[in-house]
Design a protein around this ligand. Sequence first.
Ligand SMILES: Nc1ncnc2c1ncn2[C@@H]1O[C@H](COP(=O)(O)OP(=O)(O)OP(=O)(O)O)[C@@H](O)[C@H]1O
Length: 291
Amino acid sequence: MLRIDELRKRYGEKVALDGVSLTVRPGEMFGFVGANGAGKTTTMRIVMGVLQADGGEVRWQDRPIDFAVRRRFGYMPEERGLYAKMRVREQLEYFGRLHGMAPARARRSADDLLERLGLTERRDTEVERLSLGNQQRVQLAVALVHEPEMLILDEPFSGLDPIAVDALAEVLLERTAAGVPVVFSSHQLELVERLCDSVGIIASGRMVAVGSVAELRGRERHKRLRVVLSDAEPGWADRLPGTIVAKDGDEVILEPADDQEVLREAMRLGRVEQFGWVEPKLSEIFREVVA
Ligand SMILES: Nc1ncnc2c1ncn2[C@@H]1O[C@H](COP(=O)(O)OP(=O)(O)OP(=O)(O)O)[C@@H](O)[C@H]1O
C-alpha cells in the first residue's frame, strides 16, 4: 500500500503542495486529476525521489521509501526519457536488465509488451524515428518492463490513439488484477471514470476530493432531474419549478427546488415518459469541486 501524508512543497515563494494526503491500496487504480499546475507532477516526483518534499511523508508497505524500493516501482515521468538512438526492443531489454532482470526474462517481458502495445513491427527501429505516439508507447513499455510492484504514471494516456488507449488500459487493468497499485494522472476524465477505483482531485496543492467515483457522486447525485414529456404544449419546460440546465425537444434537464413538485407539474403539463435523477459525470464533479 502507498500512503502519502501531508506532503508540502514550495518552489521559492510558490506553494505547490499544501498538505497532500492519499492512500492507494493493493490492486487499486488511482486517478489523479486536477487543473494545470495543481500539483500532480510534483506529488509523483516526490514519491519517486526525483524531488525532496519540504514536509510530510511517503510510505510504501508502511516503511519510508529508499532507493532499493523505488527501483521496484515503474515510473513514467512527465519529462519522458528514452535513448533516442537505441532501438526499441534493445531499449526495453536494457531497462529490464538495469532493474535487475536476467537477460532472458527481460527479453520475454520486452517482447510481451511490444506485442501488447502494438510495437512488434517497430522493435528494430531507433526510437527517434518513431512517431510521437509510438515513442509514448515505448515510454510506457519502459515503465512496465521490469514487472514493477507499483506504477506511477504521469499522463500516460496523453497523445495516444484510441487503439493504444485501449491496449494500455488493458495492460494496466491486468496489473491491478495482479495486486499492483497504479497511480496515473490524466486530464481525460472519461477515461479516469471508466478505469479508476479511486479518484483524487487536487486543486492548488490541496486534495479537494478523494474517493470512488460513486462516492464523489454522492454529494452531486440528487441535483439534476431529467424529464421527458410527450403531448405537451410548446414552452412546457419553462413552467417546471427549477433552473433549466439543458433543453432538447421533449427532454429537459433541470435543477429542481423540490423534485415532487416538478413531477406534479410535469404530469399536469403532459404525458410523463421519463423522470429521474441524472448521474453526474466526473467532469461535472470536477468542475463543481475545483470551482
Ligand atoms: N521547477 C519549478 N520551479 C518553480 N515552480 C514550479 C516548478 N515545477 C512546478 N512548479 C509550479 O508548481 C505548481 C505545481 O506544478 P505541477 O507540475 O506539479 O502541476 P501539475 O498538476 O502536474 O500540472 P499539469 O497538469 O499542467 O502537468 C505549478 O504552479 C507550477 O508552476
